[in-house]
Design a protein around this ligand. Sequence first.
Ligand SMILES: Nc1nc2c(ncn2[C@@H]2O[C@H](COP(=O)(O)OP(=O)(O)OP(=O)(O)O)[C@@H](O)[C@H]2O)c(=O)[nH]1
Ligand SMILES: [Mg+2]
Length: 334
Amino acid sequence: MADLCLAVVRRVALPSTGGKRQAARALTRLEPLASPLLGYVDELVIALAASSSDRRVRATIDGLGRRLEMHLSDGRRGERLRDGVRVVVVGRPNAGKSSLVNWLCRRPLAIVSPIAGTTRDSLDTHINLSGHPIIVTDTAGLRQSVDPIEQEGVRRTREGAKTADVLVVLVDAAQLVGSNAQDEVMRVLQESGAFEKDVADARILAVVNKIDTNPIPDQDSITAPSGERIPLVAVSCKTEDGLTAFISTLTRLASSICSVNQYSASPTFSRVRQRKLVEEALNELRDFEPLLGVDVSVAAQKLRNATHAIGMIVGSVCTEELLDAIFRDFCIGK
Ligand SMILES: Nc1nc2c(ncn2[C@@H]2O[C@H](COP(=O)(O)OP(=O)(O)OP(=O)(O)O)[C@@H](O)[C@H]2O)c(=O)[nH]1
Ligand SMILES: [Mg+2]
């Protein structure tokens, strides 16, 4: 076992010079993430050095893997805190999407006109909603068209819908058959591609606009085919009726997105790159166990790869000090 520890620690703890430089640069930018993950690396090396049995090594690596998984399941909170919660407004042409987005950002971001098909491209703007950073996207109205430019606009709307944290489905009160918002919202959702697997996580907010032209009966939610309740608000961008309720509901959804599990009490991954590196580290840890009984040096390489991936995020991994500490505290090699 001492041999195993020595082999593993040597391989884990001796990075290339280039890797060290890169890691050192990364550290300065990633302070909030550094301590917990650096703790893992220390723990990993120390556990290996101190372990007296294979089983304990396996348990330690398994525990580390589970904790990395917990961080990965943080609901992308760090990315949302950095970039903003993505709110995408979809609906048919002329429903009032641009009017709603302009009202949200308090400026005439998008052209508003009675001509259906005015917005032809997706437009992003950043706003602050009770302290939550939000990216609001206005989109081209969903409809069949032979115009290739409009087709491209609709394709972009669907792509945007896939990235939404909150999908606002806006329908025109005047277009409702018998004031039935449920069916029209479901049709628009279907056309936006929202029932496809990769957008299944987005929160949906249904909005009936233009209630000044056709008041609808009081209703605060509708039911999705899955049985889930979708909040519904009735508004008029013209008279501003209902917009306060719209803002409260949107704020509630944004808050719920920004608060998830215990690991998101502090921001975790603020960049996709960091998440990818942790996923890489996790894969290496998962490969370690089956290899341990077969070839210690190949297994050790897996740990070194995992350490390197985390080191790319937190920086000062595998420093001379860490090596010194291991040799001082555990007398390995003496
Ligand atoms: N009466 C009434 N008219 C509204 C309301 N909201 C928007 N409109 C009008 O509806 C028309 C279409 O509004 P837009 O905001 O351009 O609609 P849109 O959904 O962005 O339309 P496209 O860009 O064509 O997809 C404009 O003439 C707006 O002034 C409302 O609440 N009540
Ligand atoms: Mg528009």
